[in-house]
Ligand binder design. Structure first.
Ligand code: RFL
Ligand code: PHB
Length: 389
């Protein structure tokens, strides 16, 4: 088989890239290791920046998001038993969209399948070849049969544990990493959200987040030690702990119910440089991870897709390879700023096991500053709604 762009991974970055290229008349094949059901069963991000909303609209997959998603003009920070609102709209003129990554993925799959796309699930042993030449190719096995795809470019959209970054020349690859000494225990429950907007709560017992997917579906998280096991957290224990960490007003009004999903995710900051190796590109989580505190992971994957799709479109329509050469540099400039914001918000809101009393007071002083100074609030709001592409 031959295609113009071979895409590894059918997460949001691979699917969005494939859909945008399709709209521009560029052919691609997407290879995914897991089944479609598995991919659609993952509960992940929930907050979309305006930039991603605009890309989904331009890709022709925004209609369900506008009908079912919720526009949020601000968020709340809770500490010392009080909530403080950060008004995104007033401070930046922008808002965010609350709409689950699972739904974005589903909308993209529907669009790709509707367009008869080459979307290959359960592709085993994907391998990347000769991307340091101008004739790269990819191999995989499906139902016991070996296949080969010849292409012009390979997009590695296969997440943190994928094969693309592992295939890059390790002598050229530089990585930067911070592992945090805690994780997030998250639950999904069929209950109405406790508030109209997200609540990010700092408490001596640890961070908590009240988020949502719809008027009848809530997503809550509590910070837990890295070695905690999901089995140790009954629903009752989860709700009791959450109530202790949020302000009393929220704790008194929260509606609890059985969880329909419960999992623990570790927190990590990670960047791989560069993001281009000859004719192979890294995109999204394959190149970088942020702790979820700033809601940036999915949005960063989308900005990579923006830079790469524009570069490929310029190449195929005008034979101009300038943006392709600049892809890594352009994407990384924005990535490092989102890494900084996610690291900053994580440091501001979490309890660190070895934090001295002085550092705890610094957190509170910074929260007081962010919630009482227009400049402090504007800096947070500008980053949360998303820096320009
Ligand atoms: P994905 O979504 O990991 O997709 C990669 C795909 O590649 C496949 N794959 C392979 N396919 C073929 N061959 C191989 N060898 C392969 N190896 C892997 C995988 O099966 C998968 O389908 O990466 P992508 O597309 O770059 O998208 C990134 C986002 O998924 C990620 O950044 C966010 O989900 C991160 N994230 C959050 N981001 C936000 O913006 N806001 C949030 O609120 C937020 N919450 C979260 C999150 C991530 C979480 N994780 C990872 C557990 C909450 C959680 C719990
Ligand atoms: C979520 O709803 O899953 C969510 C929202 C905001 C975050 C992280 C996760 O910062």
């Amino acid at each position: 088989m031959r295609t113009q762009v071979a895409i590894i991974g059918a997460g949001p970055s691979g699917l969005l890239l494939s859909q945008i290229l399709h709209k521009a008349g560029i052919d691609s094949v997407v290879l995914e290791r897991k089944s479609l059901d598995y991919v659609l069963g993952r509960i992940r991000a929930g907050v979309l920046e305006q930039g991603l909303v605009d890309m989904l609209d331009a890709a022709g997959v925004g209609s369900r998001m506008h009908a079912e998603g919720h526009v949020h003009d601000g968020t709340e920070l809770s500490f010392e038993n009080k909530r403080h609102r950060i008004d995104f709209k007033a401070l930046t003129g922008k808002s965010v969209m609350v709409y689950g990554q699972t739904e974005v993925t589903k909308d993209l799959v529907d669009a790709r399948q509707g367009a008869d796309a080459k979307l290959i699930y359960e592709a085993e042993d994907v391998a990347l070849h000769d991307f340091d030449t101008d004739k790269p190719w990819v191999t995989y096995r499906k139902d016991g049969v070996e296949h080969r795809i010849d292409c012009d470019y390979i997009a590695g959209c296969d997440g943190y544990h994928g094969v693309s970054r592992a295939s890059a020349p390790q002598s050229v690859l530089k990585t930067f990493e911070r592992i945090y000494p805690f994780g997030w225990l998250g639950i999904l429950s069929e209950t109405p959200p406790v508030s109209d907007e997200l609540i990010y709560a700092r408490h001596e017992r640890g961070f908590a987040l009240c988020s949502m997917r719809s008027d009848v579906l809530s997503r809550y998280y509590v910070q837990v030690p890295l070695d905690d096991k999901v089995e140790a957290w009954s629903d009752e224990r989860f709700w009791d702990e959450l109530r202790l960490r949020i302000d009393e007003k929220a704790a008194d009004t929260i509606v609890t119910g059985p969880s329909i999903e419960k999992s623990i995710a570790p927190l990590r900051s990670f960047v791989a440089e560069p993001m281009k190796f000859g004719r192979m590109f890294l995109v999204g989580d394959a190149a970088h991870i942020v702790p979820p505190t700033g809601a940036k992971g999915l949005n960063l994957a989308a900005s990579d897709v923006h830079y790469l799709s524009q570069a490929l479109i310029a190449f195929y329509s005008e034979r101009d390879g300038g943006l392709i050469e600049a892809y890594s540099e352009n994407a990384l400039r924005r990535i490092w700023k989102a890494e900084r914001f996610s690291w900053w918000m994580t440091g501001l809101m979490h309890t660190f096991p070895d934090a001295a009393p002085f550092e705890q007071r610094m957190q509170l002083a910074e929260l007081d500053y962010v919630t009482s100074s227009t400049a402090g609030a504007a800096a947070m709001a500008e980053n949360y709604v998303g820096l320009p592409y």
